[in-house]
Design a protein around this ligand. Structure first.
Ligand SMILES: NC(=O)C1=CN([C@@H]2O[C@H](COP(=O)(O)OP(=O)(O)OC[C@H]3O[C@@H](n4cnc5c(N)ncnc54)[C@H](OP(=O)(O)O)[C@@H]3O)[C@@H](O)[C@H]2O)C=CC1
Ligand SMILES: CC(=O)N[C@@H](CCC(=O)OP(=O)(O)O)C(=O)O
Length: 344
């Protein structure tokens, strides 16, 4: 059994790791941290886990204890993994970070967007961006994984086939994205209150969101050049889910776009290209580690529209983190991740 630790076990991505790992045949959760709930039993806080983790309790983050694990997930706010990852790697523990701490290759750019100095620039060179559909081989050999953000996962998967094939103008890409409120984490915040978030919808970060440089970096790798991206996120009254509507301008006659998408993801266990003409729904991925895509070319014109949906807590965070773990330890890629979505 592979022994794992989770730092930040009381948050939404932490509990989602626990839910998914409960069905993982090769993994055992050895340690789980929370500073505010140290001492409390996991299933006392999360009754859905009763019977799965009896005897496991939250404890203070402790590098010594975490260092006995084969891998540690960080499901913590930005900056926490900076402080602990180096020590864990020295102890031989692999690190899978769900926060943005190691996602941007440039420490100065990270500092500009996250409003604090980068706490571990010396680790950036070895950090691998954990989008398996782009970096599977590097992930297999990695010691330190930066799990992509939720919006960046939905946007990159939808645009990769077009940019890799050079079919759209890289200077004019638009990503219009909607997220459920769990994207903002479990901490109490006024915009997440029922009376604020329900029966209403709003854009935010329109003039610059911290996922912009991350998405631009990934799309730039796919396009092998700079990408001009307009990214506007919205908060929508749902609990889980991201819906990305992506627009690109065709530069030449593209051939069969449906076939392009189907071929690009033919061997990908967690990307589902839907039949031509489809409109994927966020509820069709709820609780599942899958991205569903549909490609459209309205009126056979110059604009291609891609629809991309994920569950922000699964393919957008904890499921993708476990997919990375499976690759790093040579396990079946599907282990712990095979369950279909919850409908309705
Ligand atoms: N929610 C989502 O949809 C997604 C989230 N992410 C990223 O994953 C990370 C976790 O997100 P989420 O689960 O939503 O966050 P939450 O706010 O819900 O939970 C954060 C967790 O981190 C712990 N924590 C907070 N500060 C520290 C600290 N200084 N040291 C150790 N532990 C700390 C908290 O417990 P305690 O304070 O008790 O120690 C809590 O368990 C974030 O970086 C987020 O941006 C990524 C993709 C999607
Ligand atoms: C709805 C909402 O607030 N979403 C968050 C993004 C989700 C998230 O946690 O971001 P990471 O994937 O980078 O960790 C936001 O816009 O900041």
């Amino acid at each position: 059994m592979i022994k794992v630790g989770i730092v930040g076990g009381t948050g939404y991505t932490g509990v989602e790791l626990l839910r998914l790992l409960a069905q993982h045949p090769d993994v055992e959760v050895e340690a789980i941290t929370s500073r505010s709930e140290a001492g409390m039993g996991v299933s006392e806080m999360y009754p859905n886990l009763r019977g799965h983790y009896d005897g496991l309790a939250f404890s203070e983050p402790d590098a010594e204890r975490l260092g006995h694990c084969d891998a540690v997930f960080f499901a913590t706010p930005h900056g926490v993994a900076h402080a602990l990852a180096g020590e864990l790697l020295e102890r031989g523990t692999r690190v899978i970070d769900l926060s943005a701490d190691f996602r941007l290759r440039d420490a100065d750019e990270w500092a500009n967007w996250y409003g604090q100095p980068h706490g571990a620039p010396q680790l950036l060179e070895e950090a691998i961006y954990g989008l398996p559909e782009m970096h599977r081989d590097k992930i297999r050999k990695a010691r330190l994984i930066a799990v992509p953000g939720c919006y960046p996962t939905a946007v990159q998967l939808g645009l990769l086939p077009l940019l890799e094939a050079g079919l759209i103008d890289p200077s004019q890409v638009i990503a219009d994205c909607k997220s459920g409120v769990t994207g903002a984490g479990r901490g109490a915040k006024v915009p997440s209150l029922l009376a604020e978030a329900s029966e209403s919808m709003k854009a935010y970060g329109a003039s610059g969101h911290r996922h912009l440089p991350e998405i631009r970096q990934g799309l730039g790798d796919a396009a092998k050049g700079q990408v001009g991206l307009t990214f506007v996120p919205h908060l929508t009254p749902m609990i889980r889910g991201i819906h990305a509507t992506l627009y690109g301008q065709l530069t030449s006659e593209p051939g069969d776009l449906q076939a392009l998408f189907e071929q690009r993801f033919a061997d990908e266990p967690f990307v589902d290209v839907m039949p031509a003409g489809s409109h994927p729904e966020t509820r069709s991925v709820k609780g599942a580690n899958v991205c569903r895509l549909a490609v459209h070319r309205p009126g056979n014109g110059n604009t291609v529209v891609v629809l991309s949906v994920i569950d922000n807590l699964v393919k957008g965070a904890s499921g993708q983190a476990i997919h990375n773990l499976n690759l790093m330890f040579g396990l079946d890629e599907n282990a712990g991740l095979a369950a279909p979505a919850l409908m309705p």
